[in-house]
Design a protein around this ligand. Sequence first.
Ligand code: ATP
Ligand code: MG
Length: 596
Amino acid sequence: MPWPTIRKPPHPAVRPNVTDYDEARRRFTWEAARAELDGLPGGAGLNIAHEAVDRWADGPGADKVALRCLGRAGGRHDLSYGELKEATDRFAAALTSLGVRHPDAVFLLLPRRPELYVAALGAMKARCPVSPLFPAFGPEPVRQRMALGAGRALVTTEALYRRKVAPVRDQLPDLAHVLLVDGSGAALSDDGVHALDDLLASAPAWPGIAPTDPEDVALLHFTSGTTGTPKGALHVHEAVVAHHSTGRIALDLHPDDVYWCTADPGWVTGMSYGVIAPLVNGVTSIVDEGEFDADRWYRTLEDEGVTVWYTAPTAIRMLMRAGGEMAAAHDLSRLRFVASVGEPLNPEAVVWGQEALGLPIHDNWWQTETGGIMIANLACADVKPGSMGRPLPGIEAAIVARDPDDDGAPLVRDGQAVLVDDPSVEGHLALRPGWPSMFRGYLHEPERYQRCFAGGWYVSGDLARRDADGYLWFVGRADDVIKSAGHLIGPFEVESALMEHPLVAEVGVIGMPDPVAGEVVKAFVALTPGAEPSEELNRELIGFARARLGPAVAPKSIQFDDDLPHTRSGKIMRRLLKARELGLPLGDTSTLEAAP
Ligand code: ATP
Ligand code: MG
């Protein structure tokens, strides 16, 4: 049974940036979007940090709070746009004074504190490609990524340096400088290790950003590693055109917004939409150093008066688990728009938002490779729970047919991809190349990059369907879909059906080899707190899924598992469930949330 479409009443005070989807699509051009930005003075190109910081600091917005940083143990520290300019100028000057300059790569291994934001934007001012690493990584994932990216400088804390970098330092020949944001201790005696404060104090005046080619690499982001070894995606300064416009269109950012993106900048969401998009749109952004905690998050939403909130399905599922009463105990009346990305958002969760927060959750879709939001449920449009929404203005999306003779690979005829029109048929979700934040390569993997393009399209690796209204529905990753007795089954559909059961908190679904059917569906189910696993509940859940999905698609077996493997960015790792189940090698586990 499909979930009813949610029609939203207009907000009493704030008119969405886009009020008519079709008209916005007709009128949109990337040239016009580019013209909304400044560019460097004197036509000297385009630099993300200028658009994010200097543009406001040099104008009447200098005193506005750019970042409101909440400490892990309490306390808050505000940084205005003016202060952010000064700090990033000084950082850029300090970096340059060490001889670190374009195109040397600068890695960041920092908690979500002001220094992380200053270092990211400061390094971009120095035109150094920035690669942010998730600070919970162990030494090996840090080493692997820094070696791949030939990091010349690293900005980190003393504790992180000692635990994660010093043990592998001898394997990082390119790493010439380590800048410790809190450096005063013993680590300073290591080669090339500096106290950032000392460098800042002695740095010469910053002459301003040098001419920057919009095609210069600005960011190196590693993917989440959900389906295999993480890939390094290269993004350029031109991407800021998309960060700006998608922030306005998909997140509906308005100048007075208090905005909170809960993702860590070690992942692309936390950089594109936790650092760049909010600043480029001139809003006040919440930066929380703390980790997920349902009560803390509700308090942050309430106390900071968050108006626009961008989070992830895993967080929403955890809030659902914590119960609606907790939401009801907080005044969330300032909240105007809630969006989610990273994984399929179960329809159940969209509707939960409506009940618990008074707002539906707006799912949107994109990838490390796309650099910015491509498909979204917009503030002005009806929400179909379970759908990712529609392509943004400026983005052309299509469903490319699966080739039955080539194991479902994208079907190309005479050099052109064959597109699917039928809303009931799934295929490869593909995008017409050419949007500004499209990745320009996979680090050291040119052939892999080429393989992403087929018949004139960028093929995302995800399978989807498009309905008659143009809404896109996620089916699964091409690697994850299950082929059972002639059916193609997307794990998401099965997971969402089980999620509707009141005792189910989270589900991961895989295909198990079967001599008759090819594969059969198996579900791993985490129960809500207090629910007890039992044979009876197991049977009940299988019956529940059968009633919703039919016997061909419903799981044949269910295993209770309170500890589903997640990536550190919060996605269920189905490949690991499968490898464990079949006793196969686990593959790359560098992004696994907890050690296997
Ligand atoms: P890797 O490429 O290393 O396997 P990853 O694909 O998880 O990891 P990301 O770039 O962080 O790395 O994630 C992008 C992917 O996340 C998408 O391709 C899609 O599979 C999934 N995803 C993101 N948003 C959504 C969404 N709204 N609905 C469904 N899936 C989504
Ligand atoms: Mg991917």
